[in-house]
Ligand binder design. Structure first.
Ligand SMILES: Cc1ncc(COP(=O)(O)O)c(C=O)c1O
Length: 415
């Protein structure tokens, strides 16, 4: 029996046969909106299966029809992405938000409740709290470090009659790096599941996945990514993905067809290029981040560093860190002594690190979540989850670590 290969070994060739494409070693770009059917019967079969008018026959292969539905570049990148997460299937999207919103819309119904961790990425927070209520979908926060009884009681007091359609978590959370217990979240989803309708657990794994954490192994049903970040990895594309079992991913793909937010062929082709170096990039960024976090932690102008390798060893969060993640990752947040003025002074004096939102690219980036990515999150939520105007978020890239440390120290001198 051949040994199962590591994901990084599969990223150069899995799901692609050069002999079907003139021997091209690299997957060609299938830059086409439509596909030519061999005959009318084939065209008819495609649409009858796609619309569920009949089932696919055994061994019947369904032809491609239109790039909003499917495309060879999308198919291959989905095949490769699912390997990292030990998932049965994957769907790619035009953006991380497209993956998140399409998944939530497919899973939730009017008059149901989403239970979510906090903080969440600003866009997700806005969608759950401001957009979904228009469609009768409510939401409430839960703390995965509370007991199940406490969480269930809170829900039953606040929303006694609402069925929980989805437990939605983000871990590590943007921007504070706080962790959520995936196994506990799954227990909550199981508690609210019944024979008639299942409550699913979805997790945004953008910060540490897919290399440093595999949430499906801890019970997650759906794993979501802003593929704009580490998966794309070069700050030159916007994309998203979701992994899970075949049944759920097929449902989400059907919703994708009608919302029309499939990733385009070129974006998928760029992702294929990026996946070949994913592990190398993530490891180098984590190695750099670890060194930088130590320097920041000892700096007199820094109040607190939020980095996974610095979580106090005796805390509950540390247990979750050690069980769910294989290293500290490439994302660091820290509270500078002072407030917005000091944070801005630091950001405006960086030379090598660029002042920009987004993360997970080859270059290091810094931003001010309070006034930028999370500007729309209400002040109470920000206060409750400890992110203030003094918080700076760093996405550490692949530059030389000493050069990055010099740049950060020099900017701090100006504060
Ligand atoms: C954790 C997280 N999830 C989702 C998103 C949204 O992804 P996109 O910008 O690709 O739509 C982001 C964007 O910053 C993010 O940081």
């Amino acid at each position: 029996m051949t040994k199962k290969r590591k994901p990084e070994s599969e990223m150069m060739s899995y799901g692609y046969d050069p002999h079907l494409s003139e021997g091209a070693a690299k997957t060609p770009l299938f830059q086409t909106s439509t596909f030519v059917f061999k005959n009318s019967e084939e065209g008819k079969a495609h649409f009858h299966i796609a619309y569920g008018l009949r089932k696919k026959r055994k061994n019947e292969s369904v032809s491609l029809a239109y790039s909003r539905i499917n495309n060879p570049n999308a198919e291959i990148v989905e095949e490769r992405l699912k390997i990292w997460d030990n998932a049965e299937a994957c769907a790619v999207f035009q953006s991380g938000m497209a993956a998140i919103t399409t998944t939530i819309l497919e899973i939730s119904k009017p008059n149901t409740l989403i239970m979510h961790s906090s903080p969440l990425y600003g866009g997700t927070d806005h969608f759950i709290k401001r957009v979904l209520p228009k469609y009768g979908i409510k939401s409430m926060y839960f703390d995965s470090f509370d007991t199940i009884d406490k969480i269930v009681n809170k829900k039953n007091i606040k929303y006694p009659n609402l069925k929980v359609s989805l437990v939605y978590i983000e871990s590590p959370a943007n921007p504070t790096n706080s962790l959520v217990d995936i196994k506990k979240s799954k227990e909550i989803a199981n508690y609210f599941s019944n024979k008639k309708s299942k409550t699913y657990l979805a997790i945004d794994n953008t910060f540490m996945g897919p290399v440093f954490s595999q949430p499906i192994d801890f019970g997650a049903d759906l794993v979501l990514y802003s593929a704009t970040k580490y998966i794309g990895g070069h700050s030159d594309l916007v994309a998203g993905s979701v992994c899970g079992n075949k049944l759920l991913i097929n449902r989400i793909k059907t919703m994708r067809v009608f919302l029309g937010n499939m990733a385009n062929p070129f974006t998928c082709w760029l992702m294929l290029r990026s996946l070949e170096t994913l592990k190398l990039r993530m490891e180098k960024s984590a190695e750099n981040a670890n060194k930088i976090a130590i320097v920041l932690n000892n700096h007199k102008k820094i109040k607190k560093v939020h980095y996974l390798n610095l979580i106090p060893k005796k805390s509950n969060e540390y247990k979750i860190y050690k069980s769910q993640y294989s290293c500290g990752g490439g994302m660091i947040s820290f509270d500078i002594k002072g407030g917005e003025k000091e944070a801005f002074k630091f950001l405006d004096n960086l030379k090598l690190v660029k002042l920009a939102v987004s993360l997970g690219g080859t270059e290091s980036l810094a931003c001010h979540p309070y006034s930028m990515t999370h500007a729309d999150v209400n002040k109470e939520t920000k206060k409750l989850f400890g992110f203030t105007e003094a918080l700076v978020r760093l996405s550490i890239g692949l530059e030389d670590s000493d050069d990055l440390i010099d740049d950060i120290k020099n900017a701090l001198k100006k504060v």
